[in-house]
Structure formats: C-alpha cells, structure tokens
Design a protein around this ligand. Structure first.
Ligand code: NDP
Ligand code: MG
Length: 398
C-alpha cells in the first residue's frame, strides 16, 4: 500500500533534536516532505539544511537574520520563503500542508509555536517538555479541544507510551497500571562527593555520559532538574498523580522507563540512547520504521543498575516534585527560574549549587495562583525571570 507523503514542520531544526529528526526524515523521502524548518540564530546551519531539504518556509528570529538567510538561499534554495519571529513560527506550525510538527525549540520560547500546532489539530511530536511544565492543564485542554494527536518524543515518555496499553488515550492513567517508573542516568556527577558539587564547571556539567544533547538540557540532566521537569511532564501526559510516579536512577540509560501493572508485571522499553528511536517511533506511529539506530548489544551491558535518587545531591529534583504537588503557577515559576539559573551558570555568573538555591528563592517569593489563560502563564514567566535576574545581580554584588 502506498503511503501518502506527510508534510512536516521542524521547530528548532538546527538543534540536537531537530538534526536527529532530519536524519530520520532523510531515510524516508517517500513518507515525509519538509514544509518548514526553523532556527533562532544559527543561520548558516539552517541554510545548509534548506539546501538539502528545500522546505517551503524557513523561520529565524528577526529581520537581520532573515536578510542573511535570504542571501544564503538565493542560489541554494530560491523557492524557500523566509519568515520571522513568533508569528512566523506560529504560521508554519498551523500551515494547512503540514501533518506533523516536531516541537523541538528549547525552553519557554517553544510554548506559543507548539500551542499553535496543537490548536491547528496537527500530530504534535513533543520534545519541548517546558511547555507542559509551564502550563500542563491548559495545554492538555487545548489538545482535547482541537483533537490534535500528541505523541511524546522525550525518550522516557516515549518509552512509557510504548509500555502502556496501545489503545489507551493520553491524559488518563489506564486501569491496571499501578506506577510509572521514570528512569534517569543521574548525569555526570552521580558519584562525585556532594561537597565537590559547588565547584563544578559548565564544561563538566554539559558533558553527559550517555546522551548528546543541547546545552540547557545537559545542565538540567546534571542537576536532575530534567528528571523533575519530566516528572511534571509525565503527570500531565499520562494523567498520573505525583504518587503514581517513581524516579529511579539507572546509570546505563538502556532502559528508557517502565510501567508497573497491578498483577506485578513491569514492562520496560530498551534501546541504545539515541533520540532517533523515539523520533522514528512517533513519526511512523502506529507503524514502525527504520531510524538508523544500531541494534542493542545486550552482551555489551553485562549488568544494569538501579538506585534511588538522593535529594542532597539533586535538590532540583525535589523542588520540581514539590512544585508539581503544589500545582497551579508553581511549575511555571520553577521553569522560568531554572531557565535563568542555567543561563547564568553557563555564562559563569553563578556557581552550580546556586541553581537550586535561586529556584527555591523564586518559588518561596511567588504566590501560587490557578492558571486560567496563556497570557497569564506568559506574564508569570516574565515576572519570574525578572525576579530571578534581580536575585543574580544581588548575588554577584555580595
Ligand atoms: P538545542 O539547544 O540543541 O536546540 C534548540 C533549538 O531551538 C535550536 O534550533 C535553536 O535555534 C532553537 N531556539 C532556541 N531558542 C529559541 C527561541 N527563542 N526562539 C526560537 N527558536 C529557538 O536543544 P535540544 O535539541 O537539545 O532540545 C530541544 C528540546 O527538546 C528541549 O525542550 C529539550 O528539553 C527537549 N529534549 C531534548 C532531548 C535531547 O536529546 N536533546 C531529549 C529530550 C527532550 P538556534 O540553533 O538558532 O539557536
Ligand atoms: Mg528525557
């Protein structure tokens, strides 16, 4: 049976997930056609991608980058129309020739374009976990209202999705499921003495032992804020309560997460740590297709280890779980404070253990409110960033 070609938009095409997505797309030219590619500032890399995939649209942050890109595409891909800013991102997320949108912009900047894809009823391949952390309740309501098909790209959530009963809808934990076992490697500092954490450098923090990822999520993996954000993401995606999710440290990253059933069965999804597996799974779903990932060599992994997380080592994980239990705007504040803290750490402005200290200060200072509109989410995000920056300025001058 011939499969109709699907139009694809890749938000954040120049990033780690974006590039892995293009690698998968290039393996299946019969199935996928690239309608739009987007970047923020990496104009040259985006131009190279355009010259290979010839999308209808390419989006960059502002007019200056747009001019640079237009010049580069003059001969390389003259039919590609260059668009700008959030409006451009929203346009290519909702375009009528698009079937699937890969949401792979990092951070809060991904919220509006991802929501545009949801509202347009697309198949949304969700890598941008921050949009669920900022406003999981509204996000899932929008999915429900539009009939968008939400599929998780985050390897853990993709694994959980694969281990849940196949016909179960997202957003409601199916009967018979007792617990989600959310695995994480523990990052590069799993065995470092806790006293030494204060002195770790950005270069050490972004050097993840198993996964190759963008800088922000690499720092999040070191602090295990990433697992905290994923805890929140799992609650919303699968309709689980905080008590139904258990974080397990699994240093080998071969099992990507598990689901425990009431009869004692535990289903796990395994594979090499390569994001092309969840990407190909979600793009081809419900069919399976080649991802380019090497077969798992079980003999290479003579043993798999499992450990409980230690909150003294990973205070960010505890802050995230507490914010989820608190609900409302607490996770919006958590996400914004974390983004500012990680940026400041990467810029050498604050030390590594100032990341949790600052997030905790922001959470304490903010009053938790119910989230009713997206505008409210964006304004809480902005207010928190302002408070977080003040905190850093203060810390720098003392
Ligand atoms: P990268 O930093 O590698 O890439 C981020 C992408 O977003 C780039 O294309 C970047 O453009 C673009 N971007 C950054 N800021 C903006 C902005 N303000 N407006 C528009 N576009 C912007 O990140 P990753 O690919 O690692 O991660 C992307 C998302 O996927 C994150 O939410 C992350 O948590 C999630 N994720 C990533 C995994 C991984 O293995 N990398 C695994 C699971 C989830 P430019 O290149 O021009 O800066
Ligand atoms: Mg993950």
């Amino acid at each position: 049976m011939a499969i109709a070609q699907q139009g694809v938009t890749i938000l954040g095409a120049t990033g780690s997930i974006g590039r892995s997505t293009l690698d998968v797309v290039a393996r299946h030219p019969d199935r996928f056609r690239v309608v739009a590619l987007t970047a923020n500032r990496q104009v040259e890399r985006l131009a190279e991608q355009c010259s290979q995939f010839h999308p209808d649209y390419a989006v960059v942050a502002d007019a200056e980058y747009a001019q640079q890109l237009t010049d580069l595409l003059h001969t390389a891909s003259p039919a590609t129309e260059v668009l700008v800013g959030v409006e451009g991102l929203e346009q290519v997320s909702a375009d009528s020739s698009v079937h699937q949108v890969m949401a792979a912009i990092v951070g809060a900047a991904g919220l509006r374009p991802t929501l545009a894809a949801v509202r347009a009823g697309k198949r949304v391949l969700l890598a941008n976990k921050e949009s669920l952390v900022m406003t999981g309740a509204l996000f899932m309501q929008e999915v429900e209202a539009s009939g968008a098909e939400l599929l998780p790209i985050d390897s853990e959530h993709n694994a959980i999705f694969q281990c849940l009963p196949q016909q179960a809808p997202l957003g409601a934990i199916p009967p018979g499921v007792e617990k989600i076992l959310l695995t994480g490697s523990g990052g590069p500092f799993r065995t470092l003495p806790v006293e030494a954490l204060a002195g770790v450098t950005p270069a050490e923090a972004v050097a993840h032992p198993n996964w190759s990822m963008g800088r922000k999520i690499s720092v999040d993996s070191a602090t295990m804020m990433n697992k905290g954000l994923e805890f929140i993401e799992a609650c919303w995606l699968f309709g689980a309560t905080a008590d139904q999710i258990q974080v397990v440290i699994h240093p080998e990253s071969v099992i990507h997460s598990m689901v425990q059933y009431s009869d004692g069965s535990v289903l796990a999804q395994m594979g090499n740590p390569d994001m092309r597996t969840p990407i190909a799974h979600a793009m081809g779903w419900p069919e399976r297709m080649n991802s380019g990932v090497a077969d798992l060599d079980l003999y290479q992994w003579a043993q798999l280890r499992f450990e409980p997380p230690d909150y003294d080592r990973y205070p960010c994980l505890e802050l995230a779980i507490e914010a989820m239990r608190q609900g409302g705007s607490a996770t919006t504040v958590l996400n914004a404070a974390n983004e500012v803290a990680v940026d400041a750490f990467l810029d050498g402005r604050i030390g590594y253990m100032m990341i949790p200290a600052m997030i905790e200060a922001c959470l304490k200072q903010a009053t938790t409110t119910e989230i009713v509109t997206i505008e409210q989410v964006i304004s809480i995000d902005q207010e928190t960033r302002h408070a977080a920056n003040e905190w850093i300025n203060h810390a720098e001058h003392h």
